[in-house]
Ligand binder design. Structure first.
Ligand SMILES: [Zn+2]
Length: 493
């Protein structure tokens, strides 16, 4: 038995002004054949899983390239085609194979390609042939197209958001693929279009219980795997939206019935799953009230939609501007992405005072640049923060204090979501002296900030991130979905 494995992944925010090219893949994660580390990445956990199965069971594993770019805007056409063809050439050289396993994200969009993964899978199928078993893992924040399903035998998505189960899901796809190659199962994929798009965190109810109910179905009778594709709000593609996926052992009727049943169960939860969000004014009012009441720890304001983890620039200034206007003091901001301003701070040097324009430069919608007299408290060529056990590079970074205040702002050159309070301490900001912290993250910051925060407030600052489908001008969406249409299941697609 011979199995080929590769991984090509990123999450494309088609509304983002930050283009994605090969340099973004090389900078984030790029492992040529045989060079994948022993540890998994989010979208390449099929590599270590297949390695251990191959060494235990004695089949031949041929490794292709594994690569990932941090979320950003549209992928350059040449970049996508070159990475795709690199993997296809590796597969061609490995033929014949019994199986192909791919670690995908599922929300990659390139210039001229709304469905990169569908394009890749169709080409993989054409090379590997109709008898090869093809399996793939997806991030649930993705788009499930018919082209992908047609060319796959096995697929699943992480059930958890945050994606704490990505290793277990990769192991499931590997296991089902190997069982299919050995003729132990005949997988059939059933998909139901839930015709909705929403934010579906599983760390809280009602999604916690819903995901548990999906997990309970796996392994019952003929049900091999159940997945929920959440969809990805920031991808303007025809298939945008949630899909329920059930894989059965040759039991398409039961698969279709279950997918519809659970899909409609999810539809019934629409609008009830998000974290509570505040507008800027309301959030600042609530935060100031906590401070006035004698909070001994900082109030954390999460700028949920100016989160580089969702592909935006992360140079938004709306919350900081409002805090300055409101006269709030003792503030720490992590971070505002501004490579030009960091260059200026490095040139001016630590201790220097200068007039600086920072933030709000990448495009409209996230606030105007801030012009201020600042003192450079810190200017370094490399900085980082923790994310669990891993280190996230911030690139060259500086800390500026706005004149006449104790408002300290971290400026960075690598777009990075805020994950950990050590982003502040690493750059000399003592959060014990701060009353307010502003972070750029939707939910991944929560675990590390919760223990040091008086309170956490999620803020919808009104940035241009397409967080509300009703207000987003999707041009390619091809069918009715909630919340754009109140009852899309009553409408002919
Ligand atoms: Zn995701």
């Amino acid at each position: 038995m011979k199995v080929f494995v590769a991984s090509l992944a990123t999450e494309t925010n088609t509304f983002s002004p930050v283009p994605t090219d090969r340099a973004n893949f090389l900078a984030a994660f790029y492992a040529p054949p045989g060079r994948h580390p022993a540890t998994p990445t989010l979208c390449s956990a099929v590599f270590p899983s297949l390695r251990s199965r191959a060494s235990r069971e004695g089949f031949e594993l041929v490794e292709g390239t594994a690569t990932w770019a941090d979320p950003g805007g549209l992928v350059q056409r040449q970049t996508y085609e070159a990475l795709r063809d690199e993997i296809l050439d590796q597969l061609r050289a490995a033929l014949p194979v019994n199986a192909v396993v791919l670690g995908l994200h599922g929300a990659m969009v390139a210039q001229g390609y709304d469905d990169c993964e569908g394009d890749l899978l169709a080409r993989v199928r054409a090379l590997a042939g109709p008898d090869a078993v093809i399996g793939a893992t997806f991030d649930p924040h993705s788009h499930l197209t018919p082209k992908r399903v047609e060319n796959l035998d096995i697929l699943n998505a992480f059930l958890e958001f945050p994606h704490t189960d990505f290793v277990a899901r990769a192991e499931q796809v590997v296991d089902l693929t190997l069982r299919a190659v050995r003729g132990e199962i005949r997988p059939v994929i059933s998909v139901f279009d839930c015709r909705m798009i929403d934010v579906l965190p599983t760390s809280q109810q009602p999604m916690r219980g819903f995901i548990d109910s999906l997990r309970a179905l796996e392994g019952q009778d003929t049900v091999l795997s159940v997945s929920l594709i959440h969809g990805f709000l920031a991808g303007d593609v025809p298939e945008l939206g949630a899909r329920m996926v059930v894989i059965t052992d040759n039991d398409p009727e039961r698969g279709a019935r279950l997918a519809r049943e659970k899909g409609m169960d999810l539809f019934a939860l629409r609008g009830a799953t998000r974290m509570t969000q505040h507008g800027v004014e309301e959030a600042l009012h609530l935060a100031a009230a906590r401070v006035a009441a004698g909070a001994t720890r900082p109030v954390v304001l999460a700028d949920t939609w100016d989160n580089p983890g969702g592909g935006v620039a992360g140079d938004g200034t709306l919350i900081l501007r409002a805090m300055l206007d409101a006269g709030l003091n003792d503030v720490g901001v992590a971070t505002i992405w501004d490579p030009m301003a960091v260059t200026f701070c490095l040139a001016a040097g630590e201790g220097a005072t200068l007039t600086l324009r920072f933030g709000g430069k990448s495009g409209p919608g996230a606030g105007d640049p801030i012009d201020a007299t600042v003192t450079v408290l810190k200017a370094v060529t490399e900085a980082w923060e923790s994310f669990g056990a891993s280190r996230v590079p911030l690139g060259a970074s500086s800390v500026v204090r706005i004149a006449g205040t104790r408002v300290d702002v971290i400026l960075n050159t690598n777009r990075a979501q805020t994950f950990d309070p050590d982003i502040f301490s690493g750059l000399g900001i003592d959060i014990a002296e701060k009353k307010y912290l502003v972070v750029k993250s939707t939910n991944h910051f929560y675990a590390a900030f919760q223990p040091v925060a008086d309170e956490i407030l999620y803020v919808d600052a009104g940035t241009h991130y397409p967080s509300d489908a009703r207000r987003t001008r999707y041009r390619k969406l091809s069918r009715p979905i909630w919340p754009i249409v109140e009852d899309p299941h009553a409408v002919e697609a």
